[in-house]
Design a protein around this ligand. Sequence first.
Ligand code: ZN
Length: 433
Amino acid sequence: MRYDLLIRNATVVDGTRATRFEADIGVRGGKIAEIGRLKGKGDVECDASGKIAAPGFIDAHTHDDRLMLSAPDMAPKVSQGVTTVIAGNCGVSLAPAPRGMPRPVTPPLDLMDCEGGWFHFPKFANYVEELRARPAATNCALLVGHTMLRVQTMKDLDRPASQGEIKKMKEMVDEALAAGAIGLSTGLYYEPARAATTEEVIEVCRPLTRRQALYCTHMRDEGDHVVDSLEETFRIGRALGVPVVISHHKVVGKPNFGRSAETLPIIEKAMSAQKIGLDCYPYCASSTILSFSRVGVASKVLVTWSKRHPEFSGMDLAEISRKMNLSVEKTVEQLLPAGAIYLNLFPLETAVYKMTGLTAKTFGLADRGVLKPGFAADIAVFDESKIDEAASFEKPIEPAKGMVAVIVNGTVVWRGGKKTGARPGRVLSRTAG
Ligand code: ZN
C-alpha cells in the first residue's frame, strides 16, 4: 500500500481520552487513511518511535485574524503543534470593515493592527476569500466580532445601539455567517461594547439561531460580578437557542481568588439545560499563600516558602506531611505562614482530549480533533519527555520544545525544529449538532 505520508511506530493518543496505543498512521489525500500495523511505503515517512502522535491541537482562543495574512507560516502556532486556530474572539475581528477604520484605531481592535491598514475588507466574504486565495499554514474557524460591528455602525459608542443600528449589525452578522463564520463573539468588558445592553446583543445575534452558530463571549465582568455575567451569557444563549462559549474563564482580582469553586458548579449546572463550552488559560498551576482550603481542591501542592520551616521550601506538601508524620491539615498548621503552588494534573490522554476532540466538538468542527480513518490528517508528533514551553512571562516569545513534526491536512508544516513553508490551511465551517 502506498501512502502520501506514513508515520511509523507512533504511540497514538487519539483525542478521545482513550488509553494510548502503538500504531502506524497512513495518510492519503489529506486524510487519515489507516491506523494500525501498516505494510507499505509513504512518499514521505516519519519514524515516531518513542514519540506521541496526537490530533493537531485546536487553539480555541486566538486573535490570529491578521497573523494568518501577515505571517502565514504561523510559526508561533505550528511550532507548538497547533493545526487549527479559532479567530475573531472577544468582539474583535478584522472584518467586515465597510467604513475602514478610524485612526487612531479604536482599542481593543488595535490588538489586531494598531496602524489600521489591515482593516480593508468591506465584507466578511472578502476576508474569507483572501484566506482561501492565500492560505496560512494552519486551518482556521472564524468568529465575527460585535465590537467591530459597533465601530462600523455607530458614531457614538457610549450608548446602546438604536433599532436602525441593530438592523445594520444584524445584516452584517448574516453576511458573515453566509460567508463562513462559525459564530459571533462579544467583548462586553471592553469600552466600545460596554454600553450594549443584553437586549442589543440578543437582537444583533438573531441570525445565529437559524444556522445554529456559536455565541462566544469575553464577559462583561470576570471579577466581583462574574456570576451576573455568567447568568447574562446563559440568558443570551437561551434567548437565541444557540450554544455559548465562555472565553478564557477566570475570576479576576485578589478578593475573588478561589471563586472558580463557585463559578464552575454554576456553569456545570447550567450545562444540563443548555449547550455551554468554556476555555481557560493553559497553566496548570496557580501560586498563592498556603491554606488548607486550597489544598483540598488541588491534586498536588508545592510549598514555596515557610517562615517556620524554611528547609521544606520547594517540597511536595504530601512528602512533608510524611516526613513530619502528621496529617496534611496539621502539617499546614505547622508550616504557616507559608506559600504554595497548587497543581491540578491529569493524564496526557485527558490533556490532549481537551485540546482536540473536545474542542472540535465544542466548535462544531466535523472530522477534526480525533485520529481516526476518514478524519482530516491534522497531526502533532511530539516527544512526551521533552515537550515544554520555553517562553516565560519575562521572555514571552520563545518557541516551544519537543515538537517533532506537525501536519496540517496531510502536509508537513513543521519538522526538525523548523517551519517547512507549506501553507495547507483551510477555512473550516461549523457542523451544528
Ligand atoms: Zn478576551
